[in-house]
Design a protein around this ligand. Structure first.
Ligand SMILES: Nc1ncnc2c1ncn2[C@@H]1O[C@H](COP(=O)(O)OP(=O)(O)OP(=O)(O)O)[C@@H](O)[C@H]1O
Ligand SMILES: [Mg+2]
Length: 450
């Protein structure tokens, strides 16, 4: 194997050993430095971060070889340390290994032996580095590439994701239902230094107050009637990782107070417990609601909003990035054909055009569900316009007529499709469209939809 930019540090107070090793190991490394005391060794190491350190156990000065091993290993566990011991002092060698040395060599030093040890260390070092590189690459490909899209708006989101991922800043993700907010939150975690620690999602709207507190903060055994055993809450479970507070606007006023306290103090108390537990978590939250309205109506605390909204990321609606639709269609077609063991399918042009001009009120999730249905229901390998459900096909008149007609047509189609995708359940439809049920009824009347 090549020297791969390998750096070796030799620490010994005997000049003969330093020169001997420098010469003897020259072909194994790109650079070899020497130091004659522990202090000097540490200083050189802190400048150059050598991959392999070879040190005598006995050194003059305050820092002896064993101290050096401990200090380097504590701060740079990936560094390979080989200690030199006098013949027969196995105890010292064992102690050195216990403190983090990788190998030892006895005096008088046999150059062939130490060369072999250095080669092994170098190989090990190369594998570890390679592994890290592959893991980083996988994290990048695996998560960022799950976010399919190539238009400017999507690139902007990805750029923001990469930027905030490097920091611990609190992030608020805004966007309509189904735009990919959770996917975005996961990407932030995956690209952050916390990626090998937990990512914990809490759906703030799904639980009543009493349960939410114990979900978030945990409880002690006997804290309430059903607390038959101790429970670790999401904040504790996410320690050193990321907590994702989904639908954060659904939090009750009481829980908002609790949440604010925890975010400010960075410590929690389990329900029924008296001990405070410090937490180290990155907080990402998301909502599809309009904060301005909620704050104005007194439904959401402004102080909590500012805590959560340190860095906002807005995920655009699918209709604001129509250029991504063909890519997404392709992606979901492949995905579901594989999953259902179907031959690969493709979209006829008019069919694709219809999908592109459709309004997608349920955004990417709606498109995804739609493609799944197509894969299951269309037997042929080409999907034609006629295969699409009527509600998805925007009328061509929308393109030919005036702008206001086009807008109305688009709105009508959006409502139709939303109704269809919610099984004509009106409350769900209104929610999906992010409008009030009254407004939905009004529009349905206006467009003659029943
Ligand atoms: N850019 C994208 N590329 C590929 N898949 C996507 C993309 N955006 C969203 N999806 C998929 O669409 C679905 C909805 O995404 P996600 O759950 O992240 O949306 P959301 O904004 O959290 O929705 P909601 O507001 O309803 O909770 C998921 O299956 C997700 O994998
Ligand atoms: Mg979500």
């Amino acid at each position: 194997m090549g020297t791969d930019g390998l750096k070796i540090l030799v620490v010994d107070d005997e000049p003969n050993i330093c020169t001997g090793l420098s010469k003897g190991l020259k072909s194994e490394a790109e650079r070899i430095d020497v130091a004659s005391s522990g202090e000097e060794g540490l200083e050189r190491f802190s400048q150059l971060r050598h991959d392999i350190v070879i040190t005598d156990v006995r050194l003059p000065g305050e820092i002896d070889g064993l101290d050096l091993v401990r200090q380097i290993h504590e701060t740079h566990p990936e560094t390979h340390i080989i200690v030199i011991t006098a013949y027969g002092t196995v105890e010292t060698a064992v102690e050195a290994m216990r403190r983090g040395a990788y190998d030892f060599v006895t005096k008088p030093i046999d150059l062939n032996v130490i060369r072999h040890q250095v080669q092994q260390a170098a190989e090990h070092h190369r594998l570890v580095t390679e592994n890290h590189r592959l893991r980083d690459q996988l994290a990048e490909v695996g998560t960022i590439s799950e976010i399919v899209g190539n238009c400017k708006a999507t690139h902007d989101v990805l750029r923001q994701v990469r930027q905030v991922a490097q920091t611990d800043a609190t992030v608020l993700i805004l966007g309509e239902s189904g735009t990919g907010k959770e996917l975005t939150a996961r990407a932030i975690h995956q690209l952050s230094p916390r990626h090998d620690k937990p990512f914990v999602t809490v759906n703030m709207g799904a639980l009543p107050d009493s349960l939410l507190e114990s979900e978030l903060f945990g409880h002690e055994k006997g804290a309430f009637t059903d607390a038959i055993r101790q429970k670790i809450g999401s904040f504790e479970a996410a320690h050193e990782g990321t907590i994702f507070l989904d639908e954060v606007t659904e939090t009750s006023p009481k829980s908002q107070v609790e949440l604010l306290r925890v975010l400010e103090a960075r410590e929690i108390r389990r329900v029924g417990g008296d001990k405070t537990i410090p937490i180290d978590v990155r907080v990402v939250s998301a909502t599809n609601k309009d904060f301005d309205d909620l704050i104005r109506d007194g439904e959401f605390r402004e102080d909590l909003y500012y805590r959560l909204n340190v860095i906002p990321i807005r995920v655009p609606a699918l209709r604001e990035r129509r250029e991504d639709i063909p890519l997404l269609v392709e992606h979901f077609l492949n995905h579901f054909c594989k999953r259902y063991g179907r031959e690969p399918k493709r979209m006829a042009v008019e069919a694709m055009n219809a999908l592109i001009s459709f309004g997608w009120p349920g955004n990417v999730r709606q498109l995804r569900n739609f493609m799944e249905r197509l894969v299951v229901t269309v037997p042929t390998d080409v999907v034609h316009l006629a295969d699409l459900p009527a509600e998805t096909i925007s009328s061509p008149s929308a393109v030919c007529g005036s702008l206001s007609t086009a807008v109305e047509e688009a709105e009508r189609n959006a409502i139709l499709a939303a109704l269809a995708s919610c099984n004509y359940h009106r409350e769900k439809t209104a929610k999906l469209l992010n409008i009030s049920i009254r407004s939905l009824h009004y529009k349905m009347n206006r467009y003659g939809l029943h």
